[in-house]
Design a protein around this ligand. Structure first.
Ligand code: IYR
Length: 216
């Protein structure tokens, strides 16, 4: 063990920084409308580095971020995602699920997958590999990758960019297309870029503190 690097702030300072961060995150929105404007690779690197600071089960860091900017690969990704999504929206998804999604305006058209300059796919390492090739059990991979995704989304927002958490179902095609090993399962597809000039978002509100917190 080594000493923790920590500098204690006054409650007033904590309140000010906490409020500023909350105000910033409260402005974060998920949009389906991306500009095709380029985003420097350095910004995507920063978002991935930030995601990689997440705590993880046994500190196994069970994530791989595949950052796609190649136009051909993005197009193949979109074509495959839209094929799965067509099946989802036209028969596979139960009525209850479709009606839950209605307010978000989602459908099988995934233009964001080719409009956005970057598509970052988060793969969860379901298990790891020892040097001799044998399996190494990974713990709490869903929780760990979920936290990492949250930090990625916050970092993207903090840099003045937007992202969309897209979950094509099923996601098997991503392993093949992005040539990932058998221990990695795709978990989230996140196009990253600038919003289109006429980007729109659903008219929805966040739950209030009283709706999401209980004090004892
Ligand atoms: N995977 C589909 C459907 C979808 C499901 C949920 I839950 C959403 O919040 C949004 C979409 C899609 O990506 O369109």
């Amino acid at each position: 063990m080594i000493p923790l690097e920590f500098s204690r702030r006054s409650p007033a300072e904590s309140l000010a920084t906490g409020q500023a961060f909350y105000a910033s995150m409260q402005r974060r929105r998920t949009t389906r409308h991306f500009s095709t404007d380029a985003v420097p690779r350095a910004l995507i690197e920063l978002a991935i580095r930030t995601a990689g600071t997440a705590p993880s089960g046994a500190h196994q860091q069970p994530w791989t971020f595949v950052a796609v900017s190649d136009a051909g690969t993005k197009q193949r990704l979109r074509t495959a995602a839209e094929q799965e999504e067509r099946a989802f929206y036209n028969g596979k998804a139960p009525e209850e699920w479709l009606s839950a999604l209605a307010q978000l305006g989602t459908d099988e058209h995934k233009t964001h997958l080719t409009d956005a300059p970057w598509v970052v796919v988060l793969f969860r390492q379901v298990y790891g590999l020892h040097a001799d090739g044998s399996k190494r059990t990974h713990y709490y991979t869903q929780e760990s990758c979920g936290i990492a995704a949250g930090l990625f989304i916050a970092a993207v927002h903090q840099m003045g960019l937007v992202t969309l958490t897209h979950t094509p179902s099923p996601m098997g095609f991503l392993s093949e297309l992005l040539e990932r090993p058998a221990n990695e399962k795709a978990m989230l597809v996140m196009p990253v870029g600038y919003p289109a000039a006429d980007a729109r978002v659903p008219d929805i509100a966040r739950k209030s503190l009283t709706d999401i917190a209980v004090w004892r």
